[in-house]
Design a protein around this ligand. Sequence first.
Ligand code: FAD
Ligand code: SF4
Ligand code: SF4
Length: 371
Amino acid sequence: MGKDKGNITDLEAEVIYNGLCCYCGTCGAFCKEYITYENEIPVTKKKCYEIHGACYDFCPRTFFAPFEVERAVFGEVRTDNLLGYYKGDILTARATDDAIIKKAQDGGVVSALLVYLLEQGEIDAAVVSKTSEDWVAEPFVATNRADVLAAAGSKYTQCPSVSGVGDALEQGYKNVALVGLPCHIQGMRKVQLSTGFDVGADRVKLLIGLLCSETFDMPMLMTKLEELGTSIKEVAKFNIKKGSFIVYTKAGKEIKTPIKNMRGCVREACDYCYDFAAEFADISVGSIGSELGWSTVITRTDAAKDLVERAQKAGVIETKKLSEEQVNAVRKLASYKKQGNLKRIYDKCEPVRILNMQVEPEKLEQFLGGE
Ligand SMILES: Cc1cc2nc3c(=O)[nH]c(=O)nc-3n(C[C@H](O)[C@H](O)[C@H](O)COP(=O)(O)OP(=O)(O)OC[C@H]3O[C@@H](n4cnc5c(N)ncnc54)[C@H](O)[C@@H]3O)c2cc1C
Ligand code: SF4
Ligand code: SF4
């Protein structure tokens, strides 16, 4: 994938100041001298203009060719438009280790697989997302079970996770796994498939994607929590279940609000996102479709399918096949996100030009003979 070329100034104009930046951390991951992150956006420390352009090439929001990535990563393209390409059955699973379950968001599958891979020596580092008291999510290079457990659980604000891959490679790790949201996975795939820049991404061996509807802007989330009668420092855990946003406080209170009330806190960049199921990961994990305390698991590559089978045989996780009805619940949420955001993407788009025809994107189907 090397369709377009641009530099740091193009990245600023097209993505950062155009409301498209999802703060994934890919642009600065391998150019720390030039790009840093402040207030949840990239900040240029120093211009490099024509010298480089890796930031533009790697950013998932400059250009992204889904089918090209699928052919390169999976060897073929999807037949399931909502969930993307996958291999084998979609599963529901959970960790067997109580200590993991206790710390994890859902079934603890992500943490259990990372601990298994580290303890088997199959990876030497896992890039995860850790927070302190104030819930600011930061990339963290985990190298053992305690590290993985310390970073378990979902943070519903964004984390520049791919920059943690830059840290891991800089620190000399040779077999790295990344846990990320669909936008992180897209950025990481662009790094791996870049024909223009080699940053040693062949050392990144496994991409674990989390299903994602949206993330919240931190200042807006803090204001919303005040409205709900709590504060960020009081929060022990967040969850999104059955149409509700749930806050569990350290004092043992449970505060629930309909997820639609959180709409005002969603990051603008998430409005233009068309990937729910982390479609380009090796393995995707979420909660929708599974019972409470279990995780939905979609394997997309042979290596990921083999990993899940081995972890199950080793007794690290238990698995069951997800029923068609449960899989349809996953598809329904994916469709809800894609359809909702498609409208916003159309609104954001400029007219497209095909040969000599210039037409608004939403009119294209109508013009070419649709209903
Ligand atoms: C912002 C966000 C939105 C989500 N939306 C949905 C949804 O709409 N539907 C759905 O079914 N599932 C969604 N999920 C996935 C779900 O919350 C769980 O992460 C998933 O089920 C895995 O659970 P687990 O118990 O196996 O993970 P755990 O064992 O708890 O491990 C979770 C891993 O994810 C990492 N992580 C946590 N937050 C982030 C973050 N912000 N960025 C990068 N890495 C992170 C942690 O460091 C940890 O390694 C979302 C997750 C996040 C973070
Ligand atoms: S790479 Fe990620 S953080 Fe950087 S500009 Fe693009 S979307 Fe934003
Ligand atoms: S909705 Fe898309 S852009 Fe927003 S955090 Fe999730 S994957 Fe990233």
